[in-house]
Write a protein that binds this ligand. Structure first.
Ligand SMILES: [Zn+2]
Length: 126
């Protein structure tokens, strides 16, 4: 097996990215919630109402996707704490630093990911 496991510095960089991403998602969702409240308070005639309804649907869908991403980031941070981060959940091989830089929440190596996508073509995330 090649030595592709993460060094301490690489791990620190990736943890920093995850922390930052989590923080920005948290503040985004706080903003979304306050925007939602503002729209509700200013509802006037039926046309405005329809517009704000569809805005709200959009915001809720967005929030749902963000919630899932927040869950993934928290999971990645847990794995860092447990010392399991950067290891493929399927085959136990190292996930390369380059792949993690592009997608810090990855839990599968590129081989397993490709395989999973071939088995489930409709469930591709991102
Ligand atoms: Zn794998």
């Amino acid at each position: 097996m090649k030595d592709e496991y993460l060094s301490d510095d690489e791990l620190k960089t990736l943890k920093g990215m995850l922390d930052e991403q989590l923080e920005s998602l948290m503040s985004q969702s706080r903003e979304a919630v306050s925007a939602l409240t503002t729209v509700r308070e200013t509802d006037a005639d039926p046309l405005d109402l329809a517009v704000s309804e569809s805005n709200r649907d959009f915001t809720l869908r967005l929030a749902d996707r963000e919630r899932r991403l927040v869950g993934k980031i928290k999971y990645a941070l847990e794995r860092i704490q447990a010392g399991e981060y950067g290891v493929c959940e399927s085959c136990g091989d190292a996930i390369t630093y380059g792949r993690l830089m592009a997608r810090p929440v990855a839990t599968l190596c590129i081989d397993c990911k490709t395989e999973a996508e071939q088995m489930e073509p409709g469930r591709r995330m991102f």
